[in-house]
Design a protein around this ligand. Sequence first.
Ligand code: SF4
Length: 372
Amino acid sequence: MKYLDEYRDAEGARKFASLLARITTRPWTIMEVCGGQTHAIVRFGIDELLPSGITLVHGPGCPVCVTPIEMVDRAIAIARRPEVIFCSFGDMMRVPGTCSDLLRVKAEGGDVRMIYAPIDALEIAARNPDKQIVFFAVGFETTAPANALAVYQARRRGLRNFSMLVSQVLVPPAMQAILEAPRCRVQGFLAAGHVCAVMGIDAYGPLAARFGVPIVVTGFEPLDILHGITMCVQQLEEGRVEVENQYVRAVRPEGNRRARDLLAEVFCVVPREWRGIGEIPLSGLSLRPEYSDFDAERRFPAEVDSRRSIEPSLCISGEILQGLKKPSECPAFGRQCTPESPLGATMVSSEGACAAYYRYRHVRTEATTDGA
Ligand code: SF4
């Protein structure tokens, strides 16, 4: 398939692997930020092609995984209200809250609908004027423009029965939090190409300079990732600290100006809680005061204040999302926690690291364990 096969070429992968073997003289630990990159790495065995000194650790770039359990509980409580039609992307439907999930609310009779674009929720609002339509706006900078557009359009169309439960997060502050953590072992980053396609690469220069880490904006196909790792290792070996762009076919330095303008029109930057990590300053987006009428947290305040949320004690997804541990190091992995019966969001999401290990490596993990 054109534009896909060329980035999955086995010969090209072997060339990057042998180049990496030649240039690597010391151990290096590199974090891929995005969950999409994590899945590609595990699915295509990219980590197994690398010289033994290069360790890839997985970052917090799965939006579903980092949505705090309090927010999931809030969504569940709102979705249970009889006057509400609750709309969400499919990934959030099975993310466990403290006692339930959205799919279970639907099974119990709640009007919970899976949609493919936030703008679809506006059409539902227009067709159901006697109902309250709530959209669960989860994601990074990649989904934020479409969510911003939904609110912008709702105001223009006068759809007063539409609101958004906002749990938008930002990547650069999370990278900073990872670098500031005492146990951080990350020496270089593969930044998420699609985030940079929206936001540009300005935010990464100060991070690279302050913490002395190379950052390579990287795509999502196997050759993109191998190329990004090679660029990162070249910097590390040469003692350079720069922001480089591997994903030039999609990322312009300034990003997408119209999308950024729309984000600035609708959202403001706020502190946000990250599941398993805690609050990170200036790491989230919230609706600006001019759009606060569309804020589901204001429209349903009882659901906001009365929740008591508890993370499952066995789940170590917070350490996995910070690159401190791998899913196979979780004692519950593949035992108490499976995709059919998940304890944490990282086992549910299509971008979650635990889901990737379960899908592509679980059989081998069991065989290794049994044979040990
Ligand atoms: S395997 Fe399950 S319990 Fe363990 S970290 Fe992943 S989601 Fe949490």
